[in-house]
Design a protein around this ligand. Structure first.
Ligand code: ZN
Length: 424
């Protein structure tokens, strides 16, 4: 679709004259709002008799809306229709669309199906923003009916709609399951959303908590219990991956278990394995400081190398590194009938050398575990029950201005879990 530009209507001379006369200004709408939100945050910008927005509220709410729109895949050049009454929300919507470079297609509230359908098709509208039933007309139903004749229309957003069910309150602390499953592919319908053909995840394929604002479906938010602090709350997500792995691995009662890799994931898995009744746990890592942490968490034995461990062969070997030599060593350490849990994330083109004869003759099972699947609530429950010792995994969080240093520490493999606390 071709884009019109300002020069289709005005000549360069016109434009220069408008700027000179002060009719046009170089700042964008979001920039002007940002300036006012700094200088007079509590001054009322707009009211419609029902809803009122100060400059600060306008800026903040529009940023949240912009984050939500971006999470829906709406961005620069996308057409978004807006058909609402003269409500204060119009300013939030206009500002949010402006921020992300989307193009507003305004539609008069009195327009009905024929007119609206024509505009949606003609403009190639990707998402529609409207209001709930208003003055005896059901706008959302009209848009639902128009979907079949407007193939570009993918999303419908309802201003002053029913809102989010449940008793969420502003300022509530939540942990976020990052999973965004499509819900309609074969894997999703089989209850294996983590293998979704259209898989997305907050912080992976869409902006996560490094962004200024993050939009989260309410289904993905889990209230953090009072006894769990913010740093522990941020560990619920990795713990939920470990819980999923344990669910796939099955019983480990009375098993001798090897864990290779004593980073955050290895140490969370270690604790779950111990609580699940493993007879012994042997932790292998190259870093002595991490082995000390593993020992403090009650590992039966720690070693810098699998060959240096006195335990073994093992009924269960867990790789929490993703490194091919470690996976091969884990496989090699297995007893007959053993199980190998491949938990670490290897690069896409990595390969390992395993003996198919041993897999056959010793009935070795190889189990992969990918991210989270219906295990987030369980992980939150474990954290709330105090079942996970988090103190050895966590140092003091970095401040926001130490973000770069924190990233460098992660890249250098220092510490266990590096966290950033923006409010500090
Ligand atoms: Zn799916």
């Amino acid at each position: 679709m071709a884009f019109a530009t300002v020069r289709d209507r005005y000549s360069d001379a016109d434009i220069a004259r408008f700027y000179e006369a002060g009719l046009w200004r170089p700042e964008t709408f979001p920039e002007l709002v940002d300036q006012q939100a700094e200088h007079r945050p509590d001054k009322v910008f707009v009211t419609d008799g029902t809803a009122t927005l100060t400059y600060r509220e306008l800026r903040d709410s529009a940023q949240r809306l912009a984050a939500g729109l971006k999470r829906m895949g709406i961005g620069s050049g996308d057409r978004v229709s807006v058909q609402i009454p003269s409500w204060a929300e119009f300013t939030q919507i206009a500002l949010a669309l402006n921020r992300i470079g989307a193009i507003m297609v305004p539609i008069m509230p009195i327009y009905r199906s024929d007119d609206v359908g024509y505009v949606l098709r003609d403009a190639g509208v990707r998402a529609a923003i409207t209001c709930g039933p208003f003055r005896n007309f059901d706008y959302p139903s009209m848009y639902q009916d128009l979907r079949t004749s407007c193939p570009d229309l993918r999303d419908l957003i309802v201003a002053r709609g029913d809102g989010v069910p449940g008793d969420w309150r502003e300022g509530q602390r939540v942990a976020v399951d990052p999973s965004l499953y499509c819900g309609y592919c074969a894997a999703c319908r089989a209850g294996r959303g983590n293998l979704c053909a259209n898989w997305n995840a907050i912080g992976d394929t869409v902006s996560g908590a490094f962004a200024e604002y993050v939009a989260v479906p309410f289904q993905n938010a889990y209230p953090i219990p009072d006894g769990v602090d913010d740093q522990q709350g941020a560990l619920i997500e990795p713990l939920s991956c470990a819980v999923h792995a344990m669910n796939l691995l099955g019983p480990v009662v009375a098993d001798d278990v090897l864990v290779i890799g004593a980073g955050t994931m290895g140490l969370l898995l270690l604790q779950l394995l111990q609580r699940s009744g493993a007879a012994s746990t042997t932790v292998v890592d190259r870093k002595a400081s991490r082995l000390e942490t593993a020992r403090a968490l009650g590992a039966t034995e720690v070693a810098g190398d699998v060959s240096a461990a006195s335990h073994g062969p093992f009924a269960v070997a867990v790789d929490a590194t993703g490194a091919p030599p470690a996976i091969e060593a884990a496989f090699g350490s297995l007893d007959r009938g053993g199980r190998l849990l491949v938990f670490g994330v290897a690069s896409g083109d990595a390969e390992v050398s395993l003996s198919p004869f041993r897999i056959y003759n010793d009935e070795i099972q190889i189990i992969g575990s990918m991210a989270v699947l219906n295990s987030f609530g369980e992980a939150a429950g474990l954290m709330a029950a105090g079942a996970i010792d988090t103190a050895p995994l966590l140092g003091p969080p970095a401040r926001l201005d130490e973000f770069g240093d924190a990233l460098a520490r992660v890249r250098a493999g220092e510490g266990v879990k590096v966290q950033v606390a923006p409010g500090r």
